[in-house]
Design a protein around this ligand. Structure first.
Ligand code: NAD
Length: 395
């Protein structure tokens, strides 16, 4: 099959196995170049195939020397269709982990379901005994509630009043105004049901009840705050309500895990290009500006750099984990630096179609977006035939 990008709005419906493998390899190389982390040894990553979850899995294995169980929701290839990027990423990760003698177990299924939780517990019991780190990195538009069977859908909308902002079509580079109408109570409830903390808590309780949570286990879920210009859309919108719920869950889980020497945190990560962040209006324009400014200041980071810092400089230093006044780990500290945010705001306020390339790095955004799917890599000959069928094994 000759595989080229097919972009539909903010998603790419094809993925290139060799390109995905190369971008996983690049992250593995970064992890191996860093100082080794004296950290977790048996890690469960829920949402392990792309973005922050994939980076967490790579850092666990290649910087901390851990065995991992990854859970994800991806599609394998057929004769007519490529697999999803997360499938190819996982295949490449598993191969590389095996090559260094590390265990890499996989479950492709719905992490929100009881069945996948039970399957994970069985695999942990059989292969690991217990897990000492659980990363919760799901980003999903929907969830079937395991108890009620209700289908819940998450929406990205402001709360309370409508929000008008400039935004960008990242494919054409066209700036425009977008107005988003506020969510109703039902939409807020459902978004919290999908992206809030309930499922994380169900996971931790299920692992604990099954006796496969190590005594001193750590669990971390990822969240975001960002700048005031995106507040109506993000932090004060429907997703922000879900993140408030996730953060409240962390406090509850921490109190209960502390009894056995464990701990639970939310980590506030920086804005990066992932399949999920590209679906949020306004955010891609903010990221294009942010990347340019952080690169100019020499403090640019992607998922892998962020997660290395989370493990090496926050979670596993041997000291108390530094947290903010709400108990959250902050690895968005460079993004939120006053000098960075002042420049972002200045660019944001003066942005127009003519000065777009001067004030934002849209080209880099587009390239990173394509590279999520294994495209835009100069080492790959995209005009050549490639076999889309790649194996991902349970163990
Ligand atoms: P992503 O889309 O790259 O990854 C989502 C992962 O969840 C994938 O592995 C996918 O397979 C998995 N998944 C989705 N639904 C599933 C299901 N039902 N069952 C099993 N697996 C499922 O997303 P991301 O951007 O890495 O986001 C991960 C977390 O990080 C989210 O909580 C997000 O809010 C947070 N975060 C993201 C950013 C950002 O800028 N991207 C910034 C800060 C925090």
């Amino acid at each position: 099959m000759i595989i080229q990008p097919k972009i539909r709005g903010f998603i790419c419906t094809t993925a290139h196995p060799l390109g995905c493998a190369l971008q996983v390899q690049r992250q593995i190389e970064y992890a191996r170049e860093q100082s080794a982390i004296q950290g977790p040894k048996k890690v469960l990553v829920i949402g392990s195939s792309t973005g922050y979850g994939l980076a967490s899995r790579i850092i666990s294995t290649f910087a901390a020397g851990a065995d991992t169980l990854g859970i994800f929701f991806e599609k394998s290839a057929t004769d007519k269709r490529t697999a999803t990027a997360g499938w190819y990423n996982t295949a490449a990760f598993q191969q590389a982990a095996h090559a260094v003698g590390r265990t890499a177990l996989n479950i492709n299924g719905d992490a929100f379901s009881d069945a996948v939780k039970e399957q994970a517990i069985d695999m942990i019991r059989k292969h690991f005994g217990s897990v000492d780190l659980i990363i919760y990195s799901l980003a999903s538009p929907r969830r079937t509630h395991p108890r009620t069977g209700e289908s819940l859908f998450s929406v990205i909308k402001p709360v309370g009043k409508s929000f008008t902002s400039q935004t960008i079509d990242v494919n054409t580079g066209t700036l425009s105004q977008v107005t988003l109408e506020p969510a109703n109570d039902e939409e807020i409830r459902q978004t919290v049901g999908v992206m809030g903390g309930e499922d994380w808590e169900l996971w931790i309780n299920a692992l604990n009840d099954a006796g496969v949570l190590a005594k001193n286990a750590t669990t971390v879920a990822y969240s975001y705050i960002g700048p005031a210009i995106t507040f109506p859309m993000y932090r004060e919108g429907t997703i922000g309500k879900a993140k408030d719920d996730l953060e409240a869950t962390a406090i509850r889980l921490n109190a209960s895990l502390q009894k056995t020497g464990g701990r639970a945190f939310v980590s506030i990560n920086k804005a990066v290009v992932t399949q999920s962040s590209s679906a949020i209006p306004v955010v891609p324009l903010y990221i294009s500006i942010l990347y340019k400014i952080m690169q100019e200041k020499g403090i640019h980071e992607g998922c892998i750099e962020q997660i290395y810092r989370l493990f090496a400089k926050r979670l596993y230093t041997g000291d108390t984990v530094p947290v903010d006044e709400k108990g959250r780990i902050r690895i968005d500290d460079y993004e939120m630096r006053p000098d960075v945010q002042t420049e972002v705001l200045n660019a944001w306020n003066h942005m127009n179609q003519e000065n777009l390339t001067l004030l934002a790095n849209l080209e880099e955004y587009q390239q990173e977006f394509l590279s999520l799917f294994g495209f835009s890599n100069e080492k790959i000959h995209y005009a050549e035939e490639v076999n889309p069928v790649v194996a991902v094994n349970p163990s």
